[in-house]
Every structure is written in C-alpha cells, then in structure tokens.
Ligand binder design. Structure first.
Ligand SMILES: [Zn+2]
Length: 414
C-alpha cells in the first residue's frame, strides 16, 4: 500500500478545543486539525500527538476504538431544543446614515443605549486598552478611531462541584461576530437590530428566547473604523482588512481595493480581530458584511471553506427567498429564482472567515445587501433602493434567522 493512503478513519477527542482528524494506515494525519486553538498541519504522527493530548486532557482521549463511548462524554451543546428556527422579524426602521466622521459614534451610541437598558446582560469592552495591555502597539492614526466590543452574556447556572459552588455553562456556544470590516453600514445596522430584538422581545418568542439565554455573543460593530468614517473600503494605510488576517493561505496582493498589506497581520485592526479570536475561542464566527452592488440580484451571499457551513447557508438562502417573496409579493417577481448564493472556497470572501476556520470555529463571511433592485413585481437595475425599511427588515430577518440555523445545527452535530 502506498504511503499516506487515506482510510478515512475519524478520530475525536472530548475537548472543545480539539477537532476531528483523518489519519492514514501508518498513523499520519491527512487532514488538518486544531488543538488548543493551534492549527496542526498534516504529516504529524498521530501517536506523538496522542501522547500530547493524553497529557493535556488527562486520558480522556477518544480513539477510533472507543469513539462511540466517548462521544457521549464530549461537550454537548444544547441550543434551541424545540425551536423551529423560524422567527419573522417585524419591520425594522430605515437606516439614516450620519455624516462621515460621526458614524462610529452613532453606531456605538446605539449599543450603549441598549447596554444602559440591559445592564445585567451587556458589557462594553475597550478593545484598544485591552490590546495595548496585551502588548499590541496602537499606531497614532487610530487615535480618533476607537474599537469597542459588546459582550452579551446571560448569567451562568450555579453548580456544585466537589462541594464547592461554581458557575458552569461549559456547553454554551460562544459566537464571535464582527461588522464594519469594510464600510458596510447595512451589516452594522442589521446586526444591531438583531441584538435589539433579542434584548427586547425574547419573552414573547421561543426562538429569541433561545438566542437570548442559550448562547453568548461577542460583537465588534466597527471593526474597520477608519473606513467607516471615510467611506473607504480600505483602512488608513490603504489595506483591505479582509485580505490581511494571518491565515495559512495568505498571499500578497497589489495595492488597490483588495490590497493585502505588506505582510500577514500587518494592520492594527487585524491584530485586534486576531486577539479576540484567540482569547474568546468561539465555536462560531461570522465576518458580517454587506454587498454594495446596486445592480446585484442577491440579497444574501455566504462564503466559507467548510462544506457544512455552505450547506446550512444554502437552505437558509432558499427559505429566506421564499419568505420574502410571500411577505413582499407586491415588490418581488413571482418567479422561482433564489435571491442569493453561497460559495465554498479557500479564498473568495476574504481571510477573516478563513482565520476563524483555522482556529477551529464554524466560520463564514455572511453578506446582506444594502439595496434591492426589485419593485412593482419587477427586477429593474435602473431603480434600486438602499437602506429603506423593507431592505433593512430583509437584512435583519436574514442574519437573525441565519444565527438560529447555525447555532441549532451546530448544537445538534456536537
Ligand atoms: Zn466587505
């Protein structure tokens, strides 16, 4: 038998920090894995790895032989038992964009006022202070562009372990979401509207109740603040922040709209993004953007390197299209076309989503659309409408229901 012949054996460990791996007959890893948040490339000897893992998780490793037994001991995510993953968002207000220079302050003020109302649920993190304290150098050009994160964390369930009272919800999903990587205001707006609905309306709907109480969210609304304030896709240095994350597939691209920067992770904003990926260690990551193309037919676009994520997106896009055609039948044509697409790729959609995958998360780039090119039952690229209440409602309906599907599917598979 030739060396490295795949046998497609799958090997699991009952640690949330360890993922599946495929090995060959000689015990060499074929597919990559993550262990303690670090990516381990193919070619590593499984026996040596197993020794390391044994040490780390105290002999709770699951080999191929006792996979089934130990599968039961693995972290069990319990999101949304009994929910239908089908919450129809009520009408969301149109986005009235403040002038350049006042945009981040506006979006932060929205989250701040939500936090003032729900102090036991939401906390604000000064990312700049934390990152500087962690040794990241903050360049002067960022002085006027603070980065904040909002954490939405429900109380932990008290438990008794060895007669000591501890708070444990080990199986609660952590969801890391960044918006505003580019100056894409619809994504910032629809994400805020989603969190507002979760805060305000959970008690009247089972889907929102699950989102409110059975997961935690780490949201950076303005991840590329310079671009947001100056209506620029790139940052102060002319770098596309979504081509700058230090992934294993990073390549240098020319200066321009998708300039990668001089080297992987060169930009401060990228270091902030990476710092929180590495410290939060989320099970789910979404780099949330929106399309700026006025003539595009698509209302949702999802890209991921993971087939499972693309499959979830495909079902979601199809379901959302049917819903929106029914809800707004005076706007959309009564055709069978699906208004969105999803794509499995190692490059398209940018590096932040890929970085999330390399760190062990179910990870994607999810794009809403700021505009629609449909009205009076026609597709008409000459007359597109941006940021109106219908488009904002569609965008919010899309991201909120995508979250439901992702979390529910993830918990059912783990
Ligand atoms: Zn973008």
């Amino acid at each position: 038998m030739p060396q490295n012949t795949p046998v497609s054996e799958t090997f699991y460990v009952n640690s949330p920090e360890f993922r599946a791996v495929t090995i060959d007959k000689k015990g060499y890893i074929i597919s990559g894995i993550t262990f303690k948040g670090e990516y381990i490339a193919s070619g590593v000897n499984i026996k040596k790895l197993q020794e390391t893992i044994d040490e780390y998780i105290n002999n709770t490793v699951v080999s191929v032989d006792n996979y089934l037994q130990n599968r039961l001991l693995a972290p069990s995510y319990q999101f949304g038992i009994g929910i239908d993953c089908n919450y129809e968002v009520p009408e969301v207000p149109a986005l009235v964009l403040p002038p350049e220079g006042q945009r981040c302050a506006y979006f932060y003020s929205l989250y701040d006022s939500l936090m003032a109302q729900y102090q036991n649920y939401i906390t604000k993190v000064d990312c700049d202070a934390e990152c500087v304290a962690a040794g990241i150098e903050r360049p002067d050009y960022m002085n006027d562009y603070p980065i904040y994160m909002y954490k939405f964390i429900p109380p932990y369930t008290p438990n008794y372990v060895e007669y000591e009272r501890k708070a444990t919800d080990k199986s609660r999903l952590k969801v890391y979401i960044v918006t505003g990587t580019h100056r894409e205001y619809m994504a910032i707006w629809d994400m805020y509207q989603t969190m507002k609905l979760i805060c305000e309306s959970w008690s009247s709907d089972a889907n929102l109740d699950a989102l409110r109480w059975e997961a935690e969210y780490y949201i950076i609304p303005c991840s590329g603040p310079y671009g947001i304030e100056h209506n620029s896709r790139t940052n102060y240095n002319g770098v596309d922040l979504n081509r700058n994350a230090p992934t294993k597939v990073w390549v240098k691209t020319e200066e321009g709209r998708t300039y990668s920067g001089p080297y992987p992770g060169s930009e401060y904003e990228t270091k902030v993004f990476v710092h929180y990926m590495d410290t939060i260690k989320p099970q789910i990551f979404i780099d949330h953007h929106n399309s700026n193309e006025g003539d595009g037919k698509n209302l949702i676009y999802v890209s991921s390197v993971q087939q499972s994520e693309v499959d979830i997106a495909a079902t979601h896009i199809s379901a959302m299209t049917r819903r929106w055609k029914k809800r707004y039948d005076e706007i959309f044509p009564s055709d069978d076309i699906i208004y969105g697409f999803c794509y499995k790729s190692s490059y398209r959609g940018g590096y932040r989503g890929i970085y999330g995958y390399e760190k062990g998360a179910l990870s994607c780039t999810y794009e809403s659309n700021r505009s629609r090119v449909y009205h009076d039952g026609q597709y008409d690229p000459e007359h597109f409408i941006s940021y109106d209440a219908v488009t904002c409602t569609i965008a919010t309906d899309g991201i909120l229901n995508f979250l439901l599907r992702l979390l529910k599917t993830y918990s059912e598979l783990h």
